[in-house]
Design a protein around this ligand. Sequence first.
Ligand code: BES
Ligand code: MN
Ligand code: ZN
Length: 500
Amino acid sequence: MEFKIKRGDLTGQKTPCLILGVFEKHKLSEPAEAIDKASGGHLSDILRKGDMDGETGRTLMLYGIPGVSCERVLLIGCGKRKEFNRRSYRKALAAAVTLLNDTRITTALCTLPEVIPAGMTRYRTVRDAVTTCADSVYHYDRTKQEKKSPRFPLKRLDLWVAEKQDTQTAQEAVRHGGAIARGVALAKDLSNLPGNICTPAYLADKAIDLGKDYPELRVEILEEKDLEALGMGALLSVSRGSRQPAKLILMEYRGGAQDAKPVVLVGKGLTFDAGGISIKPASDMDEMKFDMCGGASVFGAMLGALELALPLNLVGVVPASENLPDGDANKPGDIVTSLSGQTIEILNTDAEGRLILCDALTYCERFEPDVVIDMATLTGACAVALGKHPSGLFTQNEQLAAEILTAGEAAGDRAWRLPLWDDYQEELDSNFADMANIGNSRWGGAITAACFLARYTKQYPWAHLDIAGIAWRSGKKKGATGRPVSLLTELILKRSGQLK
Ligand code: BES
Ligand code: MN
Ligand code: ZN
């Protein structure tokens, strides 16, 4: 979908469809007011008939509006004026584009970015319009014979701004939003693919493809023999139970100063998690194809940085493997030696994410990172603790915590901090190795997992995002969300000085 900024007198705009926001109790948004005036009160007359109450997401298509140049007007409910916020803003937008995507209308002009909720700026409303609309029309059909894509998809959405002085900001927001949306879509595409297509080798090929599209991206794939030579005993122990060889995918973008330390993003790329010998129950196990969403978000953020040619150094690291039961798979009680030299007693083979991540995190030391952030669908416990809205954030670095929380808030892709106190560390005590791979009680599972990773990240500032609750949706709308690509892109935009 394409987005353009439009300016000028609203009443004279020639468009197949003009989208206007209305609030409950027949209150019009400013742009709607202008159209109402020009049409001699046509909109208020209709609203007074009571067919539409302005409830958030309610829509009403109108034809033949007198005194204006647009062919149709789509009224979109924004809820109570006083309660109008980012959530209702996004909901209203999503409703409008979802409706238009199913009509013959392929281009429209949207005035919603000028209806700015409290706490938002025009940059944010425009950027949200782009990302929300792209998100709403996203459609997966790669593995369907019958492609049920809309016959007349919405191809272009023009976004109207009132003042000339705002066009530059708005255009910047479109540029940033477009890059984020493409990053999110890439993450969704990879994540939605089934485990028999999206294997570690497939992800590696996609990285190589990305490197071909963007020559400024250096891609390197470490094969099992390389991982062996390095001593990545933890990562290799997980892939031993699978016929698909593990890959360590490395993507390096050097857009910044030569001597500037890179931001390193590490994503769990577990392309299918059956649990291994500690096998998972059958119900919903299909959703464990999404166990590579952390890795996919690294791809998405890399794409965002490349598209925007951000002036910073960025490294993406994706350890990719399957976790399956097999005669050669990890067994409870097995002890492996990680790249760091620390030994691990594997008490539950289903706690495999930390095993592939710990070796990748140790490997990151060689990049002399400014910061390392890892994203992983690491624990069901995180989803139990926080539900389906925020990522779980873990770090001992206060400044980094603030940076990530702020980026999430600004991008509308929020995180919520959980403790990473040493008090929890003894949960990982083992009689036979330096540590166990699970806590010895059932409490605080997301935290013990983060504590495990903390033992491998002492050489650099580090934060961990547990995205188990947010990376995909279950049920009727089952599918990847592409989160936390927005948060990550926001963070690197900010770090590279592209945001005020
Ligand atoms: N990939 C799962 C975590 C997960 C489970 C995410 C369900 C989202 C939904 C991870 O590898 C795992 O199996 N974790 C275990 C850890 C436990 C054995 C300590 C879990 O959460 O049950
Ligand atoms: Mn698991
Ligand atoms: Zn897993």
